[in-house]
Ligand binder design. Sequence first.
Ligand SMILES: C[S@@+](CC[C@H](N)C(=O)[O-])C[C@H]1O[C@@H](n2cnc3c(N)ncnc32)[C@H](O)[C@@H]1O
Length: 527
Amino acid sequence: MVFNLGLKIKISDGQWMIFRISFHPPKNNGQQKKNENPSLSSINQKKLNHLHFFLNFAPMSRKMKNKVIQNLRIERIASEGKCVGHYEEKVVFVQNVAPGDLVDVRITRGKSSFMEGEAIFFHEYSKDRVEPFCQHFGTCGGCKWQHINYDLQKTYKRQQVVDQFQRIGKLPIPEVMPIIGSANTQYYRNKLDFTFSNNRWLTKEEIASEATFERSALGFHIPKMFDKIVDIEHCYLQGNISNEVRNSLRNFALENHLSFYDIRNQVGLLRNLIIRSTSTGESMVIVQFGADDAEGIEKVMQHLNGAFPQITALLYIINLKKNETFNDLDVVTFSGKDYIEEEMEGLKFRIGPKSFYQTNSDQAYELYKVTRDFADLQGDEVVYDLYTGTGTIANFVAKKAKQVIGIEYVEDAIADAKLNAKVNGLDNTLFYAGDMKDMLNEEFIAKHAAPDVIITDPPRVGMHEDVVKMLLQLAAPKIVYVSCNPATQARDVALLGEKYQVDKIQPVDMFPQTYHVENVVLLTLKP
Ligand SMILES: C[S@@+](CC[C@H](N)C(=O)[O-])C[C@H]1O[C@@H](n2cnc3c(N)ncnc32)[C@H](O)[C@@H]1O
């Protein structure tokens, strides 16, 4: 039985706030039920059931915060992987649920047009759920879709592309092709970036136990919390020696009382760990130190060097800045080479510590094949490869083009791109370093031949509007637009719609277990 009580309180002259206090009996007398949230312990679930007594104590104004909505059916996945239900004609975004789940949701944010909330009780589970395989699932923000079967993940990713192009692009588009799935849905990444912290994220069980715990951590940021790190014991994203190196370094640091970084006070020796690997078996390990402590640095690097002779590039950086970016810092080679080398179709790609390389090597190959197919080069074309990174796409298409010109703002990446072309025996490529919006100007075009095909692969933010304007001015017959963010891609394509039509749209899954999707679009000049 539910009791409701009305309460009207005067908060200022002429302003009244109306409260409703609902009393719900705890479900199942607080005992854990079969269909409780699998990510909550029975203790916490019991507590949550009791919370029903006071959580519905919420003002009946626009501020819905803490209100509990009962029996909300999760209908679908919207942009950025958020699950969606509807309550009184308002959209409710809910985390860590799956389409088909029937849940009670506590509202964490209420706006006039939408609400956000967290599931506190599961009445029914979606039939599309699968058991998450990772012990860190639910805390770590890395693979948020582990509980959704892979076929459905692919369906939603493709749907995201359709939605973004319909909602933002608002252009006539052809049927979006079926997504190209990833053969490997675990251990598919070639790069991971771990953070050291003196502020380890504690689980609800640990907090409830009131015991004291080791607070040093080496792992990933908790979503939206810059200073909280979940300590990772095993990560299913990267194979090779990734888990061994991370765990060994953490243990060594703890045994030797080396300090883990304190981000609030900006002190501590161990700051960040990057592990990169290639399909050819090479690995690069980069340790960022937050203090210029020669003895401590030597200890750490000697440990890694001794314990992991298979590391082919062992590097470190002293970073005394406020942020972890290191494009402007010196990278010291402790042992081995200062790069690793990836291979694709017999082409070699040298990757330096500051250079971008697609993080799923197998799927990068699929992505590049689609890009090359869409470009449909006949051998006599001038191709611009914008945002070329280490010139991977440029190298990949060069044999089928008259000339390829790559532009990228990381100078070291451009140095690698030039070397890659040389190593691969390609003499029809040119590479330039600089910001795209400054580089791609009339002077640049006058100096080089105008492009017949433009391949563009910008970062998540998409292209600067000056770059889009320049593309419209250039009016190359064909643009192949590769993107890891269909929302910004759809925005740019809408602007290009002034002169271009969309001929083909091919999503590629580079990031299984996440909502991220890569997408390739072929644009041709309107007749
Ligand atoms: C998504 S990556 C693509 C790299 C490359 N096409 C590949 O497949 O490996 C985007 C690249 O754009 C570069 N970049 C980002 N902003 C830029 C800018 N404003 N001007 C030039 N390059 C930029 C980044 O350094 C990165 O290498």
